[in-house]
Design a protein around this ligand. Structure first.
Ligand code: NDP
Length: 277
């Protein structure tokens, strides 16, 4: 590892924009007080990055929490995503404008295509390029893209995607995709890094966690950071939001990392884009 990781660590996207390595995911967080409270709690715990989407229905709360935080807008990184029903050039332009309106922010830091919808995604990407060139999104990218989808996009685009957000954990250790993205300057962002809670009881994970005196969730977040990706664990509970950010005062050694790498079982906890046309 190079420089020591801290909660303020960022990765620099190809266009020079700094993206915080740790963010709060807000999928399945209830509209209203739950999301507002979680995002506020995250800012208090030192997070400076929130990952939402039109699909999650809580862009309003995320934007309100950002605006109420008292933190300079330039210090907070906000991602939102284009939903599947909004693909196509004009529909994407409208969907982006509506997301920005709900967020109540001038710009978003990262706008992602949520899923590689067949037959529509090329036109959608042209709209993202325009949004980027107009300065309305500081960076653009994709989500749930396999190497196949990325190859198709890279062959046709004017602006290359800066980020690919995919499911990534020791239980779904996508080494080839990570290497592919790294070679092309695309930052890989890990969603469902805690396996949605499904593997937190794993014995190997428990052993590593006990050795460091931390929780299985903390080990998974630390593993993702040490594998060089951006990571966005979700919790709606204040104490877990704080706990998930306490991953900078311990480090996994090579043996720990190898034991965790070996947990790969191709686990997809929500969607699997492998065969998406
Ligand atoms: P995660 O892997 O982050 O797991 C979240 C679950 O783990 C929740 O049930 C949460 O419960 C629980 N949890 C959180 N912290 C702890 C802890 N310290 N100890 C024990 N349990 C804990 O799942 P997500 O699927 O939400 O992924 C994270 C984010 O990634 C999403 O919120 C979203 O922003 C993004 N995402 C993107 C997708 C895409 O297609 N682009 C798909 C899926 C997710 P509780 O809230 O009660 O604490």
């Amino acid at each position: 590892m190079g420089e020591a990781l801290t909660i303020d660590s960022t990765v620099t996207l190809t266009n020079g924009v700094a993206m915080p390595r740790l963010g709060l995911g807000v999928y399945e967080m209830r509209v209203g007080a739950e999301t507002l409270g979680a995002v506020r709690g995250a800012f208090e715990a030192g997070y400076r990055h929130v990952d939402t989407a039109k699909l999650y229905g809580n862009e309003r709360e995320v934007g309100a929490a950002v605006r109420a935080s008292g933190i300079a807008r330039s210090e907070i990184f906000v991602t939102t995503k284009l939903w599947n029903s909004d693909h196509g050039y004009d529909a994407t332009r409208r969907a982006f404008a509506a997301s920005v309106e709900r967020l109540g922010l001038e710009t978003v830091d990262l706008y992602l295509i949520h899923w590689p919808v067949h037959g529509r995604r090329a036109d959608t990407w042209r709209a993202l390029e325009a949004i980027y060139e107009e300065g309305r999104a500081r960076a653009i990218g994709v989500s749930n893209y396999t190497t196949r989808h990325l190859e198709e996009l890279l062959a046709a685009c004017r602006v290359a995607p800066m980020v690919n957000q995919v499911e990534f954990s020791p239980f779904l250790y996508q080494r080839d995709l990570l290497a592919y993205c790294r070679e092309r300057g695309i930052v890989l962002e890990a969603y469902s890094p805690l396996t949605k809670g499904e593997r937190l009881g794993d014995a190997t994970l428990a052993r590593v966690a006990a050795r460091h005196g931390v929780s299985p969730a903390q080990v998974l977040i630390r593993w993702a950071l040490q594998r060089g990706v951006v990571v966005i664990p979700k919790s709606a509970r204040r104490e877990r939001i704080v706990q998930n950010a306490r991953v900078f005062d311990f480090a996994l050694d090579e043996k720990d990392m190898a034991a965790l790498d070996a947990l790969h079982e191709d686990l997809h906890t929500s969607w699997d884009p492998t065969d998406a046309p």
